[in-house]
Design a protein around this ligand. Sequence first.
Ligand SMILES: [Mg+2]
Length: 173
Amino acid sequence: MDLFLDRDGVINDEVRDGYVLRPDMFHFSEGVLTAMPILARHFNRIIVVTNQRCIGRGLLTTAGLHEIHAQMLRTITAHGGRIDQIYFCPDTNNDSPCRKPAIGMGLQAQRDFPDILFHHATMVGNTLGDMQFGKNLGMQTVFIPSTQPETAFPHPLIDHRYQNLLQFALAIQ
Ligand SMILES: [Mg+2]
């Protein structure tokens, strides 16, 4: 089984009305560094899919994003966790084929890992766009109410709801 994770609001705290533009602006959300090794034991692959329109807006370079992700990966690895691949969409327009809820980043993952079975995969995110992305690919969806706690549940796009990534990891371990 494979796991797809949104980044902002799932792995790290969202920056209110802004973006993570430097490594020192990246703060792991509560419990994530405990959750990642549990998820690493449970899932074959862990893949991050993240919309980063701050790049298209010229606020962050691709190199800058890689620097943030290199730090993120170092810390997760040091805690016994693992992320196998990261896909990002730099585009600003909502109808971009790579911007969630469009499935472009899922198709990229399928090209890199042709044995992915989306109907056995899970998408964890904190927006309905993430949930729609997962459902568009036939995945199970897990909603984290970090920034939109008012989102209705039960909801047709949401299969499970956990307070944070650690609660999800503890529930499935
Ligand atoms: Mg998010």
